[in-house]
Design a protein around this ligand. Structure first.
Ligand code: FES
Ligand code: FES
Length: 237
């Protein structure tokens, strides 16, 4: 009957699980094999590695919490709104600040674990609008990375903490949660970092053109579009 139809949204698009799919198929396999969303990875299949993390909400538009997609069957996702790494940001629509920060801080090597880390951080950010660097660090007990040694990953995310050193700080978690950069360009969503530390660039093609911005204290700031140029201005490489 119509009541038996399994439906959920993935990255804003409604999906009806076909009768060819058993309701005990795990969400990770459904995403990868039926929806072709292979940014979500898997390894342990028992909730221990975090490679499969996506975020999900039971109410339209969030808040989203992290979910290990290897642990939930499609049968338990009825009515959910699910977000995968592809929905958070992608090459075509623009990358999310979390994706950019991880890439630009060398927090990704083979990349296999990266989507899980980013989605776990996305879930954390949705639950906690402000966090300290220590809270960010302690939020990750179940993501494994075999390559990076963890430090660069945590450094990339700790830059969003409220107590991050000013020269490191990218954007507060609160503003990050407002940031809709996957649409490309500054989202103008009411974030008060926009004039100052917004790392949004108008495209992802490597353009380095600067934009003149008058800061709140009257100083003129030439905002480079690429974060690495910010680091150069700060005297870092
Ligand atoms: Fe899901 Fe490891 S595959 S936590
Ligand atoms: Fe290779 Fe994390 S970058 S597993």
């Amino acid at each position: 009957t119509a009541m038996d139809v399994l439906k959920f949204k993935v990255n804003g698009k409604e999906h009806t699980v076909g009768s060819n799919v058993s309701s005990d198929v795990m969400l990770v396999d459904y995403l990868r094999n039926y929806l072709n969303l292979r940014g979500t990875k898997y390894m342990c299949r028992e909730g221990g590695c975090g490679a499969c993390i996506v975020t999900a909400s039971k109410t339209a538009g969030g808040p989203f919490v992290s979910v290990n997609s290897c642990l939930v069957s499609v049968g338990s996702c009825h009515g959910w709104e699910i977000k995968t790494i592809e929905g958070l940001g992608n090459r075509k629509d623009g990358y999310h600040p979390l994706q950019k920060s991880l890439a630009e801080n060398n927090g990704t090597q083979c990349g296999y674990c990266s989507s899980g880390w980013i989605m776990a951080m996305h879930g954390f950010m949705e639950s906690k609008k402000e966090a300290t660097m220590m809270e960010v660090q302690n939020a990750f007990g179940s993501n494994l990375c075999r390559c990076t040694g963890y430090r660069p990953i945590l450094e990339a995310f700790k830059k969003f903490a409220k107590d991050a050193p000013k020269e490191d700080r990218l954007m507060s978690l609160k503003n990050l949660s407002l940031c809709k950069t996957s649409k490309g360009g500054c989202c103008k969503s009411g974030c008060d970092d926009e004039e100052d530390w917004c790392m949004v660039r108008e495209d992802d093609l490597g353009e380095t053109e600067t934009k003149k911005i008058v800061l709140k204290d009257g100083k003129i700031w030439y905002r480079p579009r690429l974060l690495k140029d910010v680091y150069q201005i700060l005297g870092e490489n």
